[in-house]
Design a protein around this ligand. Structure first.
Ligand code: PLP
Length: 402
């Protein structure tokens, strides 16, 4: 039998050494369960990092995908394709925004959003500075790393200019920055709930202050909903928890249920400054990806998964809060986007979880991130709670040097 270990040794000789991969080599999945080359089963509470909204090999999704594969996979945006038209209409309806552009990933949606915001600002004789929040994550392209943690920039300079950061959830800091020179700011970009940053929800006051500042000074407000979109938090968009409408939304992760697709949704106002040839993509919005995303959205609606994520998500947060452990520092999140902040680095804990047949994710140093498929059952999450309690019981106090 092949072992995960042998396959890893091969991988080390081939792939760029940029991922510190975890041990199991996964071959297939069913629902919220995954199986590795050695036949082990895992409960998947990562969902390919908030991607597999419907879990793995969902029969209805596969059926829709097969139907599209039998017709058309790709045609280029030189021609209209019907799934793209339907998906544009659907996303406008769900978001309340006016125009749509399709990309293939989160970072690509971010790049497009920055371009749109800068074109709008330039057309309005404004400066081009993009202000982002500390602790935010927007992907790995140049514009995206310019907005992200400085650790991601090291060795890759020079960074594109006119990107600035302010502390997250700090109304005073952003107000001060805007009022100091409002005309040089093209856009403010923020995740309504920081994902990679450790599942940190924005406060309602913070997002409404951003909306107000942007309205006052004709600044484009961008919500990066790459991780929070498509039902992840129990609503189609995290913005719906706050009742705040940004000028641009970026999407990706959950949208294609595992097939790469991203989207930029924008208000008519900002889209009007764009001309033919200003932006483009070869693969973005291809009929296969769009038919897949349409099916993902249809299934979420038909199976009432938003309601499921809302009720089971609050139940899960309650269960976690009921665990009395000195090693848990905080529980945060909404729906199926939950962070458990530990008193210690979270990555070493992933191995104990894997030994218990559970996949969770580690982020922001001390945080265990749960972003399970939206179809994960309460029973499966109960099993996770039991295993987590067992793991907590094996932990000991972190030795202190005092
Ligand atoms: C994952 C993520 C991105 C980047 O998406 P990619 O598809 O990896 O490029 C951007 N923004 C947020 C909020 C994300 O979580």
């Amino acid at each position: 039998m092949v072992s995960s270990n042998d396959l890893y040794k091969q991988d080390l000789a081939h792939y760029l050494p940029v991922f510190n991969r975890l041990p199991p080599v996964i071959t297939h999945g069913k629902g919220a369960l995954l199986y590795d080359v050695e036949g082990n089963e895992y409960l998947d509470l990562v969902a390919g990092i908030a991607v597999n909204a419907l879990g793995h090999s969902h029969p209805e999704l596969i059926k829709a995908q097969q139907g599209q594969l039998n017709k058309l996979t790709h045609i280029s945006n030189a021609y209209l394709n019907l799934p793209q038209l339907d998906l544009s209409i659907k996303l406008k309806e769900l978001s309340g925004l006016d125009r749509v552009f399709f990309s293939n990933s989160g970072a690509e949606s971010i790049e497009g959003a920055v371009k749109i915001a800068r074109k709008y600002a330039t057309s309005n004789s404004k400066g081009v500075t993009i202000v982002s929040a500390e602790g935010g994550f927007h992907g790995r392209t140049y514009a995206a790393i310019a907005m992200g943690k400085s650790a991601m920039q090291e060795g890759f300079g020079p960074m594109p200019s006119h990107f600035e950061k302010v502390p997250f959830n700090n109304i005073e800091a952003i107000t001060q920055r805007v009022e100091q020179n409002p005309t040089d700011i093209a856009a403010i970009i923020v995740e309504p709930i920081q994902g990679e940053g450790g599942i940190k929800p924005a406060t309602k006051g913070y997002l409404s202050s951003l909306r107000q500042l942007c309205d006052e000074h004709n600044i484009v407000l961008i919500f990066d909903e790459v991780q929070t979109g498509v039902g992840r938090t129990g609503k189609w968009f995290a913005k719906d928890h706050y009742n705040i409408q940004p000028d641009i939304i970026t999407m990706a992760k959950g949208l294609g249920g595992g097939v790469p697709i991203g989207a930029i949704l924008c208000a008519e106002k900002v889209s009007l400054t764009l001309d033919k040839g200003d932006h483009g993509t070869t693969f973005g919005g291809n009929p296969f990806a769009c038919a897949t995303a349409l099916a993902v959205i249809d299934i979420i609606a038909k199976d009432r998964l938003l309601q499921h994520v809302t009720t089971v998500g609050s139940w899960l947060i309650d269960q976690l809060q009921n665990i009395k452990s000195p090693y848990i520092k905080d529980i945060r999140g909404m729906g199926f986007m939950i962070g458990i902040e530990m008193d210690r680095p979270s990555r070493p804990l992933l191995f104990a979880f894997l030994d218990s047949g559970i996949m969770v994710n580690a982020t922001a140093g001390n945080v265990i991130r749960l972003v399970p498929p939206l179809i994960t059952t309460q029973e499966q999450l109960s099993h996770f709670i039991a295993k987590f309690s067992e793991i907590l019981a094996t932990l000991t106090d972190i030795p202190t040097n005092s």
